[in-house]
Design a protein around this ligand. Structure first.
Ligand SMILES: C[S@@+](CC[C@H](N)C(=O)[O-])C[C@H]1O[C@@H](n2cnc3c(N)ncnc32)[C@H](O)[C@@H]1O
Length: 223
């Protein structure tokens, strides 16, 4: 039997974890620190309350719990593979749920973004592509570019490794792999995926939890 592409894709994973009240743990724990880190990356890259933010693979709202109070009412959207995980975050982690219509948490397993309006100005995909094979990186970037015409910035994280590296111990100890989760890619792959999708990419030097690298993508504009 073949392995699921990530722990998240294991049958029954969400039901079991949520039954044990692990909605914070299954997005990686370090709840406050990582939520704050995501928020400050977005602020550094221009997010302001009037913008419209899409949190791709938003999980149980580790970022949402901070971004929803910051943004104007109704300016946050989240997508995730698990509707139940987002729901749990909505019920337990929002200080004021009236600031976020439930319909703005959209189940989406393959970056289709159905139901997310085209007014998104900023998108973040944090610690999500690190759990998915390379094809998802290409798909995510091209779908974001095609779906959101007024997008200003897409921020995403990856693990990097040199070419032909099967497994690699990242700076803070996590071991990443070319062919199973957590996944790494080469920087050339990241640059190519961005170029194919119509983005200019700037790898950042900011140190992120678990040795992930932040990438900031800006749409290529003609003229
Ligand atoms: C490490 S967690 C990060 C969650 C959130 N971005 C954060 O930083 O708090 C990875 C998230 O990716 C979601 N996920 C996994 N595969 C996905 C897919 N194919 N499409 C959308 N979300 C996915 C998981 O459900 C989980 O919420």
């Amino acid at each position: 039997m073949s392995l699921p592409i990530s722990p998240y894709h294991k049958p029954g994973f969400y039901a079991k974890s949520l039954a044990r009240n692990q909605h914070r743990d299954i997005v990686g724990g370090r709840w406050d620190e990582t939520g704050r880190a995501q928020m400050s990356l977005l602020l550094d890259h221009g997010l302001r309350p009037h913008h419209h933010l899409l949190d791709i693979g938003c999980g149980s709202l580790r970022l949402g719990s901070k971004a929803v109070p910051y943004l104007d009412v109704g300016h946050y959207w989240g997508t995730d593979l698990s509707a139940e995980l987002m729901q749990r975050g909505y019920e337990l982690e929002l200080a004021d749920p009236s600031r976020l219509p439930r319909s703005q948490l959209v189940m989406d397993a393959d970056f289709t973004f159905t139901g997310v309006p085209d007014i998104i100005t900023h998108a973040l995909c944090f610690a999500v592509l690190t759990h998915l094979p390379e094809a998802y990186l290409y798909r995510c970037l091209s779908q974001v570019r095609a779906s959101f015409p007024i997008l200003e910035k897409l921020l995403f994280t990856l693990f990097l490794a040199p070419e032909n590296t099967k497994s690699l111990r990242q700076p803070d100890g996590v071991v990443t792999h070319a062919a199973r989760a957590p996944y790494h890619v080469t920087v050339e792959t990241a640059l190519l995926a961005a170029k194919d999708a119509g983005f200019v990419l700037e790898p950042q030097t900011t140190r992120l939890p678990r040795g992930q690298i932040l990438f900031v993508a800006s749409p290529v504009t003609s003229g």
